[in-house]
Design a protein around this ligand. Structure first.
Ligand code: NAD
Length: 264
């Protein structure tokens, strides 16, 4: 992939640590020659994000809390000031109160429902609109989703409802920006042990189940997701938009427990 992203500049949102899906995507893009900027949620995260950015040859790190319009405006003002235009963005952000990522979906509160939708769904639309304004020559946007949007997964609850809305927003954004040569896609990643995933009830069981029952008989890594993101973000994905692309070792095609899977 060397040279594939040469001359392209992009923003990576959602890097928390070296387990983050954003980190797998950033590495793949940097190895292919992209120049990267990073946004991080709060000041206390800077000390973790800056050294990671520096490993990929970037010191362009900007705080952005996506629940605040002014914070998103400030991020894009900074991007415009430094770079003028951008070629791609990666939105790897989601959040819900962990007390509601277990038990019944039916018990989700109005406050947590609204907050989860705001941070995990609306933020992508808010960011996409501003990013598109900096893409006069076209571009590519990728967000992260999960199979819990399509089928009921244990404990995923309100996040599943939010991811369904996120996937729908990808289709609408693809239509809005398609005329300008801007593509918008989602990657539906299989379960990966990250900070965000640690908030989901019985996550270890979900990981084991996917490993034993997916066609590839393994879980995916942030490397796997990075490589697929590279395809969507680069010219290799030039004919693809509005898509939810599964990077899940094939788990989404499976209808029942594998015959060789032991009981867990
Ligand atoms: P992570 O904890 O490394 O990343 C989540 C990021 O969201 C963090 O960087 C956090 O700072 C950021 N964030 C949360 N609230 C924010 C806010 N208000 N403003 C700005 N940033 C905010 O975990 P991850 O698993 O890499 O998550 C990235 C994305 O991938 C999420 O959308 C998640 O739902 C999705 N995803 C994860 C898995 C998995 O199993 N880990 C599977 C499919 C999809």
């Amino acid at each position: 992939a060397a040279g594939l992203m040469e001359g392209k500049r992009g923003l990576i949102m959602g890097l928390a640590n070296d387990k983050s899906i954003a980190w797998g995507i950033a590495r793949a893009c940097a190895e292919a020659g992209a120049e990267l900027a990073f946004s991080y949620q709060g000041e206390q995260m800077k000390k973790r994000v800056l050294p990671l950015a520096e490993q990929l040859g970037s010191s362009f790190v900007v705080p952005c809390d996506v629940s605040e319009e002014e914070s998103i405006d400030a991020l894009f003002a900074k991007l415009e000031e430094e770079w003028g235009t951008i070629d791609f963005i990666v939105h790897a952000i989601g959040f819900s109160d962990k007390s509601q990522l277990r038990g019944r979906y039916a018990d989700t509160t109005r406050d947590n429902f609204t907050m989860t939708m705001d941070i995990s769904v609306y933020s992508f639309t808010a960011v996409a609109r501003r990013a598109a304004a900096l893409m006069p020559n076209g571009g590519s946007m990728v967000t992260l989703t999960y199979y819990g949007a399509e089928q009921v997964m244990p404990h995923y609850n309100v996040m599943g409802v939010a991811k369904a809305a996120l996937e729908a927003s990808v289709r609408y954004l693809a239509e809005d920006f398609g005329k300008d040569g801007i593509r918008v896609n989602a990657i539906s990643a299989g379960p990966i042990r990250t900070l965000a995933a640690s908030g989901i009830g019985d996550f270890r069981y979900i990981l084991k189940w996917n490993e034993l029952n997916s066609p590839l008989r393994r879980n995916v890594t942030t490397d796997d997701v990075g490589k697929s993101a590279l395809y969507l973000l680069s010219d290799l994905g030039s004919g693809v938009t509005g898509e939810t692309h599964h990077v899940d070792a094939g788990y989404h095609v499976v209808g029942m427990k594998a015959v060789d899977a032991p009981d867990i």
